[in-house]
Write a protein that binds this ligand. Structure first.
Ligand code: SAJ
Length: 408
């Protein structure tokens, strides 16, 4: 392997692990981020967010890695900046554009530019390529361009970045092969080569598939109410079928991927299954609040267990918990705790005097929750939106237990 200098733009949930994995693979890596405090923090060995194995990876890779506040010239540039969604549900490319312009200003012959941010299809060819060519260099001849989608799941990012299949879309074959050489330094999974637009679309298909399947599970949950059945039991039994894999219903879909990416794919068709899936999943926080209202008097104290969007991570972006909390605040006093997310109440303070404990995020800590830990509640009522607590144990301890989706 020929060692390259790689400059990664964006040291977030994807950029930082990617930069460290490439550094661990032997390349000389600089990670650029606009936030000076984050850069200093990383250089001092403190990781800016919790992710399994990240501190260990830093220790392993640190001799080949520096975080910087000013981007540097390199052989390979990787763009891993955020692509937020606008109010109109469009893909906001402003960070991608400014990173690309910055790369364009220092682009040299032979360089390779890789876009990793999740984008709407044709961004690599229609937005990134022309901005890079403003340098005067020609794509495919003077410099090379690729789109590489990541599939890593927060909570197991590093393992999945190494083991999952990578889809690499190249402007031309040479671009794809050059990008493959970079990822070969740490990817143990299969690497598939295609064109840029197909690779961008594949990323969106994956997350849209998951969103639509979760929506189906949530619709099953709503149908179960009229049928007076337990949706969790019904799904478990249906999944005994060799070709059925129904996802888990719950309080909604959060995070920065599954709840966002389908919008980058969707067209204008109002009947779009993708749009309807988004609407069903977005309706779940209000559905949960209705359930609370049916069981708890207005003005009561509700304790929300879990603020992050999924178990065992500290990320609250787009979390259904945050939407539930906002809606609850109209009618209840709300106390929130979470073992991972920052700035919330300690568990004991949050549950003291509570009239209803509402489980929104299925952290391991709540899966293993013991009734003794809720000894200071005012009313022994627990509503579990993830079917994750040990129901029998709480009932034996005198709790009224309501599971979202159990209408038996
Ligand atoms: N959820 C359910 N029911 C389920 C599964 C998930 O309600 O059966 C909810 C979760 O509670 C959470 C949300 O969906 O609020 C999303 O969580 P997730 O674990 O499904 O996915 P993310 O957003 O953490 O990561 C996804 C992954 N995509 C797929 O599994 C297809 C990951 O592989 C991607 O790399 C990531 O998006 C991304 O960065 O795009």
């Amino acid at each position: 392997m020929i060692n390259k200098k790689v400059c990664v733009f964006g040291l977030g949930y994807i950029g930082l692990p990617t930069a460290l994995l490439i550094a661990g693979g032997g390349h000389d890596v600089v990670g650029f981020d606009l936030i000076k405090e984050k850069v200093d923090q990383i250089n001092s060995g403190k990781m800016p967010f919790k992710e399994k194995g990240l501190p260990e990876l830093f220790t392993l890779a640190k001799d080949n890695f520096r975080a910087v506040n000013v981007p540097e010239r390199a052989n390979v540039f990787i763009i891993a900046v955020p692509t937020p969604i606008t109010e109109e549900k469009k893909c906001d490319l402003s960070y991608v554009e400014s990173a690309t312009k910055s790369i364009s200003s220092m682009l040299e012959k032979g360089n390779l530019v890789i876009l990793e941010s999740t984008v709407k299809p044709k961004t690599t060819m229609g937005v990134v390529k022309p901005l890079l060519e403003e340098s005067g260099l020609k794509c495919g001849e003077d410099f090379f361009l690729a789109y590489v989608s990541e599939k890593a799941i927060p909570g197991n990012t590093i393992e999945e970045m190494k083991k999952n299949t990578r889809i690499i879309g190249g402007f031309n074959e040479e671009s794809a092969v050059l990008a493959k050489n970079v990822y070969d330094s740490f990817v143990e999974g299969k690497i598939c080569l295609t064109d840029c637009t197909t690779a961008e679309t594949v990323k969106l298909l994956e997350n849209t598939y998951r969103d639509a399947n979760i929506a189906l599970a949530n619709e099953f949950l709503k149908i179960s109410e009229g049928l007076k059945i337990n949706v969790w039991e019904a799904i478990k039994l249906a999944n005994e079928h060799p070709r059925v894999n129904i996802h888990s219903p719950g309080p909604g879909v959060g995070g920065h991927c599954i709840a966002v990416d389908p919008w980058f794919l969707v067209g204008d068709d109002p009947k779009s299954i993708i749009k309807q899936s988004r609407a069903i999943n977005d309706s779940m926080p209000a559905f949960v609040v209705d359930l609370v209202k049916k069981n708890v008097g207005i003005g009561s104290i509700i304790t929300v267990l879990g603020a992050s969007y999924k178990p065992n991570v500290d990320d609250v972006r787009g979390s259904p918990a945050m939407r539930v909390i906002k809606l609850l605040k109209d009618d209840f006093q709300v106390k929130v705790t979470d073992p991972f997310a920052k700035g919330l109440l300690p568990f004991s303070d949050a549950v003291k005097g509570s009239d209803c404990v509402l489980v929104i995020t299925d952290h391991d800590e709540y899966r293993n929750l013991l009734p003794d830990l809720l000894s200071e509640v005012n009313q022994k009522l627990i509503i579990d939106t993830r079917n994750c607590i040990d129901k029998e144990q709480f009932m034996e301890a005198g709790f009224n237990v309501i599971i979202l989706g159990d209408y038996k």
